[in-house]
Design a protein around this ligand. Structure first.
Ligand code: ARG
Length: 418
């Protein structure tokens, strides 16, 4: 009989390397590893050799950077989706793409199982499993880290040594780090104490505001339908544009975040984030929307952004509600075209200029000079009718309590009482 085939989400780190070997033995299976390149820089050296030495018989290393930005991160940007009004969700938004990629490989290879290396207390296990379940209900998902015998990193290292699994020689960081083009998530170690300020070594790319240059940097970002397309009026592909803003922002200490957040699994956790490009782009995009969106659309869209962020964070990207909200957002973005110029300085971003062919800013209406075309006299009637309900409400008078006696203290300020 043909062997079981398992597609393993492989990062190149200790957990997933041990997992490849462990699964091969426990399931008597052929292991196919899948690594998606979302722009991470750690553990990428000799990744294929490590996977092979851990027991993989087939190795996929797929460049997903463009798809990640254009089909996942940018739609979240257009929506203005920030989890708990702060986190641009670099980690969260990568999971549904990795899940989709693993399902595609499983189909191609005729595998019936997919395994991931997430722990049993995080959000990522939910995101992977719910996404895989939505895309391929027949595929069985394995999460060895929830059940296997290893109780510590040391025990995993021992197992690795005993079984010829290569472990990176580099000193292990005291933090758990997840990195991609859209941002970096950093937790564990001293960061578990919410009273401890993140030490300098927790940050992977950004300068501290205190150490950032004394001169500000200015940058002009061009958007088309809510998608960033140019820097300083030069068109750029998505990857170069995000890489450019990551380095410019990092140098100016942009995009750091120290967050106590609510995980889906009920735990409050503390995580530190760095997301220079995502932070600059969310800021600039919002400024362009201030100029181009109709007031009621802008106000309503913030409700959608809140819901959309929850859907991404909670693993429901591949859901009909997320798709329906995306259609709404795409409609709102039709006129979000133009440029926004921002100034970056020691951890702060300021908008200094913006323009759009669809700008709703009408200087003839806004000006306080002789050019003014706003009809001042129309305001009188407007205010009369606009304020009418409140006048009516407050002239009715007293609240009559259920005992029928009027209570003097509750009398409206302008009402009369007999
Ligand atoms: N809390 C973030 C999220 O759920 C990041 C999780 C991964 N963090 C990490 N340091 N490995 O999206």
């Amino acid at each position: 009989m043909a062997k079981n085939k398992i597609v393993v989400a492989y990062s190149g780190g200790l957990d997933t390397s041990v997992m490849v070997h462990w699964l091969k033995n426990h399931y008597d299976a052929e292991i196919i590893t899948c690594t998606g390149n979302l722009g991470q820089t750690k553990e990428t050296a000799s990744l294929k050799e490590k996977a092979r030495a851990s027991g993989a018989s087939k190795i996929y290393y797929i460049d997903l950077r463009r798809e990640f930005l254009e089909n996942y991160a940018f739609p979240a940007l257009q929506t203005g989706a920030l989890y708990e009004e702060a986190y641009p969700m670099a980690t969260s938004i990568g999971r549904p793409l990795l899940a989709k990629t693993m399902v595609e490989i499983a189909r191609k290879e005729g595998a019936t199982m997919i395994a991931h290396g997430c722990t049993g207390k995080g959000n990522d296990q939910v995101r992977f499993e719910v996404s895989i379940g939505a895309l391929a209900p027949d595929i069985h998902v394995l999460a060895p880290l929830r059940t296997w015998e290893f109780k510590s990193r040391e025990e995993e290292i021992e197992y690795a040594a005993a079984n010829g699994i290569p472990v990176s020689a580099t000193v292990k960081s005291p933090y758990s780090i997840d990195e991609n083009l859209w941002g970096t998530s950093i937790e564990c170690g001293v960061l578990e104490d919410p009273m401890v300020e993140p030490p300098l070594d927790a940050f992977q790319s950004t300068a501290s505001p205190e150490l950032a240059p004394d001169e500000s940097d200015e940058v002009t970002i061009g958007f088309e339908r809510g998608i960033p397309v140019s820097i300083d009026r030069r068109e750029m592909d998505s990857i170069s544009l995000v890489e450019f803003l990551n380095s410019l922002g990092a140098r100016n200490a942009i995009g750091r975040l120290d967050l106590i957040e609510n995980r889906l699994v009920g735990i409050k956790s503390r995580e530190v984030y760095e997301a220079p490009a995502a932070t600059i782009l969310h800021f600039a995009h919002k400024e362009l929307e201030r100029l181009t969106l109709d007031k009621s659309v802008a106000h309503y869209k913030s409700l959608v952004a809140h819901e959309y962020a929850n859907l991404i964070y909670n693993g429901l990207w591949h859901s009909p509600l997320r798709e329906a909200l995306s259609a709404f957002v795409a409609k709102t973005q039709e006129r979000v075209t133009g440029i926004v110029k921002v100034k970056l300085y020691k951890g702060t971003i300021r908008v200094i200029a913006r323009s759009s062919p669809y700008s709703l800013y009408d200087s003839k209406l806004a000006t306080y000079t002789a050019e003014d075309q706003f009809d001042h006299t129309a305001s009188e009637g407007f205010i009369k009718i606009y304020g009418l309900p409140l006048k009516t409400y407050n002239s009715v008078g007293d609240i009559v309590p259920s005992n029928g006696k009027k209570n003097r203290q509750q009398v409206g300020k302008y009402a009369t009482v007999e």
